[in-house]
Ligand binder design. Structure first.
Ligand SMILES: C[S@@+](CC[C@H](N)C(=O)[O-])C[C@H]1O[C@@H](n2cnc3c(N)ncnc32)[C@H](O)[C@@H]1O
Length: 332
């Protein structure tokens, strides 16, 4: 009973309920929550600390920022979800918070979009700044093409580099991106046959958000998400969307950075997240009903790039438990 009572006490305050309701919609930083609630940072931090101590929230420090989310597991997580289920959806304060949250997200999106608008033309120089591109591309090609996919979908395709790389080996490839400017460069690249001047007429790009792809469920044999998730508001939602469009037995390959401390990538290159731990990515896979597969760490200077693979179960049976300690012991 002690845990439950501590959790109930921690949640029993109007601002804390509002914070729980906000965090039910995705991870947020303290400054974002301060902005949404219109309260001082020390006050908001105190509420978060109390709820964190009671196991209702998880805190993830990352460079100069700290992200908060609803607790992923344990009694506190169950309690937070039970309390959230009782909150009236039409409460005017909660509705106002949701509107402010939408505005905060729109501002974030606008910042990333403006970065890509400004850098679309020289993106192909920027993309290889911190990593050995060739090594990463070899690993990605080997993982994806081993399956002989027919339809490949590349989420956040940018200038279409992954379509150029894998397109020659598949029947059809579709790249989706939110930025019109990046897509304009991608179209030009595909028309001239990429770096090697080969016919890529079967590769196309479409504008869209990676959490709402313009594709039917079960359509894709393989999905790639190459250096995109560190811009995402909700990377788990992008992984879930990839899982939706995969056919049973299809494979997902995610490439991104391992956790790092290069804060300058936030300031100068609009990154939101400073890399991802293996457990975080495999938790998203498990939550999306995917089975985690090969993980490759490609150590570089200064950044390590990771390739995480996952597969949609062929028979649509529930996913295996994730590799992360938070989910060990969860029912299969
Ligand atoms: C760092 S670039 C990577 C492009 C490409 N995958 C590559 O490796 O060269 C990230 C791309 O993701 C796109 N992007 C970011 N958030 C997105 C979203 N929510 N939906 C679709 N595209 C998004 C950006 O417009 C940008 O083109």
């Amino acid at each position: 009973m002690d845990t439950i009572l501590a959790g109930l006490r921690a949640a029993a305050e109007p601002t804390r309920l509002r914070l729980l309701a906000l965090l039910a919609r995705g991870e947020l930083t303290v400054s974002e929550m301060t902005h949404i609630l219109g309260q001082s940072q020390p006050r908001v931090s105190r509420h978060l600390k109390l709820m964190g101590d009671a196991g209702l929230l998880d805190r993830f420090p990352e460079g100069a920022w700290a992200f908060f989310r609803l607790a992923a597991g344990g009694r506190g997580a169950d309690l937070a979800r039970a309390v959230l289920a009782l909150l009236p959806a039409d409460d005017p304060r909660l509705a106002e918070d949701r509107q402010r949250l939408a505005a905060v997200r729109a501002e974030r999106t606008a910042r990333a979009d403006s970065y890509f608008r400004d850098n679309a033309a020289n993106w192909d120089d920027i993309r290889s700044l911190n990593v050995d591109e060739a090594e990463v591309e070899r690993a990605l090609s080997a993982a994806v093409l081993a399956d002989h996919p027919r339809l490949l979908v590349d989420m956040g395709t940018g200038t279409g580099r992954i379509l150029e790389l894998l397109g020659p080996h598949v029947e059809r490839a579709i790249g989706v991106d939110r930025s019109r400017e990046m897509l304009a460069v991608a179209r030009a690249n595909l028309e001239r046959g990429g770096r090697h001047n080969i016919n890529l007429d079967h590769c196309m790009v479409r504008q869209g958000d990676m959490t709402q792809l313009p594709l039917a469920a079960g359509e894709a044999d393989a999905v790639t998400i190459h250096q995109v998730l560190h811009y995402a508001d909700d990377p788990a939602a992008a992984v879930a969307e990839a899982a939706r469009i995969l056919r049973p037995g299809g494979m997902l390959a995610v490439v991104d950075f391992a956790p790092h401390q290069l804060e300058s990538l936030r300031d100068q290159h609009a990154h939101r997240r400073l890399g991802f731990a293996d457990s975080e990515v495999t938790d998203w896979f498990a939550a999306a009903g995917l089975v985690a597969g090969e993980i490759r760490h490609l150590t570089g200077k200064p950044l390590t790039v990771v390739l995480w693979c996952a597969r949609k179960p062929a028979d649509e049976t529930p996913s295996i438990p994730s590799l992360s300690p938070t989910r060990q012991g969860a029912p299969a």
